[in-house]
Design a protein around this ligand. Structure first.
Ligand SMILES: Nc1ncnc2c1ncn2[C@@H]1O[C@H](COP(=O)(O)OP(=O)(O)OP(=O)(O)O)[C@@H](O)[C@H]1O
Ligand SMILES: [Mg+2]
Length: 495
């Protein structure tokens, strides 16, 4: 696989010799590339050219992941998917990597929290609460932190029991909780042997039970939110599950009574009271009082509180829910996978509808996922995946665990190449710049010259020499000559 950037300026100027400047995957130290240039210098133009040349010269199957924030990386034969709040599909940041060495529950939780922190830092207490919530949700879905055999699920098999056309949401209710489900309005389908509610009734307390699927699935962000809201209610009311359920059943009975009374009133039968509904209400009220009393009477041991204490206080939990709700509201985290065409080598993620923060979250989660998949696949002797990040400064920072830094440093052996374009080298760490095999300067604003001179070891004179779109500086580290040698290059064809 190769890319021709242009011709060597020195040879052309002095001897009219045409010496192509070429990156070749067989000789280059790695496939990573950093492209810096001011606005309008041709970064996006160059990225497109690089992708076209790489895919045309690839000898083995290859996949490009192009993250397009401006919607201007138009490519031949690309499978493009637009990501926005409105689309049905998205990423599931809670998907577990099943590899016993590289994956698992603990790592997944760690990665989720780290990415959230990269956008806006969580407090220590918030982090602990979020960790407890995630642990609980994984346990509920059958993933055990210490048992790698539980980390694999085949999600292609997992489907909701109903596609929604029957207006029902089937629920995954454990047998010992069936009375609670019933009290909250769930009905039993004796044919499917499953509890259900009407689709539009699947909100509030009933969300405590996830939708029933044909086989086990990874939890989703919506599942975590459902559980978090339920725990908040428990904390707020200071009640255990049973007491809470009876209280909710009381509320339901009260509204049923009100509805009936209203109906009677409309029919001008205001004097008629519905005895059955009143009885039901009284019964439900008594049940709530009994279970609250029982809960309070049993509280001396304190053990009932352990379950709730790990969630700290209502304030902390509420603030975690706010963060999760914001994350969920972005609409980029959904369990349906994006409809990319698997036969297409170029996958273009169109992110222009997303806000800056959303783009960052999306790309960082996806990069982590791509890196995990590559590690799981094991070492490769050729490039199998190319990640292309235009405006890469959005995602870069100096945390060594940022997936951009990890990929630059460690992903080469797993067949991954990272191509980043940005306006200046300021946003990238020295480690990142040192790891990248190819560097290209398309012409940068004088404001960034000092950082370029220091970070990319290039001279002021060379930077001055560049003529936008006509010439550029290129440095390609090869296996037999890994020195930092900058070449002046006339863009191809020469003019
Ligand atoms: N080497 C080149 N030869 C001819 N035209 C070029 C060249 N490089 C860039 N252009 C043209 O210049 C314009 C600006 O290029 P491009 O959009 O790639 O810049 P950019 O660096 O990505 O800018 P921004 O930072 O604003 O996104 C485009 O119309 C592009 O087609
Ligand atoms: Mg651009």
């Amino acid at each position: 696989m190769h890319i021709t950037y242009g011709v060597e300026a020195m040879a052309y100027q002095k001897h009219q010799q045409v010496v192509p400047v070429r990156w070749d995957s067989r000789t280059a130290v790695n496939g990573h590339c950093l492209l810096v240039g001011m606005s309008g210098a041709g970064k996006t133009f160059r990225l497109r050219q690089m992708i076209d040349q790489m895919s045309a010269s690839a000898e083995q199957p290859i996949r490009f992941h192009v993250f397009d924030v401006h919607g201007d990386i138009e490519l031949n034969n690309a499978s493009s998917v637009l990501f926005s709040e409105q689309t049905r599909y998205g990423l599931n940041p809670l998907r577990i990597v099943p590899d016993p060495h590289f994956g698992g529950v603990r790592k997944s939780i760690q990665a989720f929290i780290a990415t959230m922190n990269r956008v806006r830092v969580l407090g220590t207490k918030q982090e602990a609460v979020l960790r407890s919530l995630l642990n609980d949700i994984y346990t509920r879905n059958g993933f055990k932190a210490k048992d790698p055999s539980t980390w694999y699920v085949d999600e292609r098999q997992a489907q909701l029991l109903s596609d929604g056309s029957d207006g029902r949401m089937y629920l995954d209710v454990p047998i010992e909780e069936k009375e609670d489900a019933k009290a909250l309005g769930a009905r039993w389908d004796s044919h499917l042997k499953c509890w259900y509610v009407a689709l539009h009734d699947y909100n509030g307390p009933i969300e405590r039970w996830p939708p029933k699927t044909t086989s086990r699935t990874h939890p989703t962000l919506a599942d975590v939110l459902g559980m978090a809201r339920y725990v908040l209610q428990k904390l707020f009311l200071g009640a255990n599950v049973e007491a809470l359920t009876h209280l909710q059943a009381t509320n339901r009975a009260a509204s049923a009574l009100n509805r009936k009374l209203l109906k009677a009133h409309r029919q001008r039968e205001a004097n008629i009271t519905d005895d059955a509904a009143s009885q039901e209400l009284l019964k439900a009220k008594q049940k709530a009082i009994d279970s609250y009393s029982e809960y309070v009477n049993n509280i001396q041991s304190g053990s009932e509180l352990v379950d709730v204490l790990k969630y700290d206080s209502t304030e902390v939990l509420k603030s975690v829910i706010d963060r999760l709700e914001n994350l969920n509201a972005t609409g980029i985290f959904k369990s349906t996978t994006p409809p990319f065409d698997p036969s297409c080598p170029v996958w273009r993620y169109e992110l222009s509808p997303l806000s800056l923060e959303e783009r960052k979250l999306f790309v960082l989660f996806r990069l982590q996922e791509l890196f995990n998949t590559a590690m799981q696949r094991g070492p490769q002797d050729h490039i199998t995946d190319v990640i292309v990040l235009d405006e890469a400064h959005i995602y870069a920072d100096d945390d060594p665990d940022n997936p951009i830094n990890t990929i630059a440093k460690e992903a080469r052996k797993f067949g991954v190449a990272l191509i980043c374009a940005s306006q200046s080298p300021t946003h990238f760490t020295e480690d990142f710049i040192a790891s990248v095999g190819t560097k290209i300067i398309l012409g940068i604003d004088e404001m960034y010259w000092r950082s370029a001179v220091a970070k990319m070891r290039v001279s002021d004179r060379s930077l001055q020499w560049i003529k936008l779109k006509k010439s550029m500086l290129v440095q390609i580290k090869c296996n037999d000559d890994a020195q930092n040698r900058w070449l002046g290059v006339y863009t191809y064809p020469t003019n």
